[in-house]
Design a protein around this ligand. Structure first.
Ligand code: SAM
Length: 224
């Protein structure tokens, strides 16, 4: 039976992809990609020739019905995002929910996601954690920060390099300056950097060394 596959793709290093992901991408009738040009780099690298169609946050509301019909009439479809696991701070959820509503089988392959290596590598407890993704840059920001102030689990945030220092400052303001944290930048890429310290020391470091690239922030939970 045809189905929807969610296929994680590398977060930097092109070799971080599973054999099965390559096999599935090569076998489906259609690959939905957030950015078709970005997808082509990966697909060409692995000599995958399945047709590719764009699927991103600006068209997914409109296209989910048509994609479901395609699967129901016999075409298996794979969804990929620009990097990592679809649905994790990336499009996917709407299509997955619609497929489930329509009784279409959904299969997610395990694979790359940015926050797991950042979490494990941080040296901050990884037995219990919560993923916050991007915290709102404006509206709702203070409320989110105050809700997190009592969180005891390790927290995971995605952030852009342009807002990193401001976010570290705001987290220090909400959680206290000596809260342990780690910033992972450019994971799996040539300039990978993992800086461990407190929220205040990290803010100081990145004031001195303007950050570039992609960033995950790991923050320790509140202690007794
Ligand atoms: N779907 C992706 C995943 O599975 O992690 C996340 C997509 S989200 C649009 C992009 C954000 O993920 C970046 O802004 C950054 O916070 C994080 N990210 C992605 N690749 C990364 C990398 N190589 N190093 C550090 N953070 C990364």
């Amino acid at each position: 039976m045809s189905k929807l596959y969610l296929v994680p793709t590398p977060i930097g290093n092109l070799r971080d992809i599973t054999f099965r992901a390559v096999e599935v991408l090569g076998s489906v009738g259609l690959i939905l990609a957030e950015d078709t040009r970005q997808a082509r780099k990966l697909l060409n690298h692995y000599d995958i020739n399945s047709p590719v169609q764009s699927h991103h946050k600006f068209n997914e509301h409109k296209s989910v019905e048509a994609i479901c019909s395609k699967i129901l009439t016999g075409t298996s479809v794979a969804l990929i995002s620009d990097a990592g696991t679809p649905g994790i701070s990336d499009p996917g959820f709407l299509l997955i929910r619609k497929c489930i509503e329509k009784g279409i089988p959904v299969e997610t392959l395990p694979g790359p996601v940015a926050f797991i290596p950042a979490l494990v590598n941080s040296g901050i407890p990884c037995d219990r954690f919560c993923f916050e993704g991007f915290i709102p840059p404006k509206k709702g920001r203070n409320k989110r920060l105050s809700l997190l102030a009592d969180e005891r689990r390790t927290m995971i945030l995605y952030e852009s390099p342009f807002r990193l220092v401001r976010t570290l400052d705001d987290l220090a303001g909400s959680f206290g300056s000596d809260r342990k944290a780690c910033v992972s930048r450019e994971l799996t890429k040539i300039y990978e950097e993992n800086i461990r310290g407190t929220l205040v020391s990290l803010a100081g470091y990145f004031r001195e060394h303007a950050p570039k690239g992609e960033i995950v922030i790991i923050v320790a939970g509140k202690q007794d």
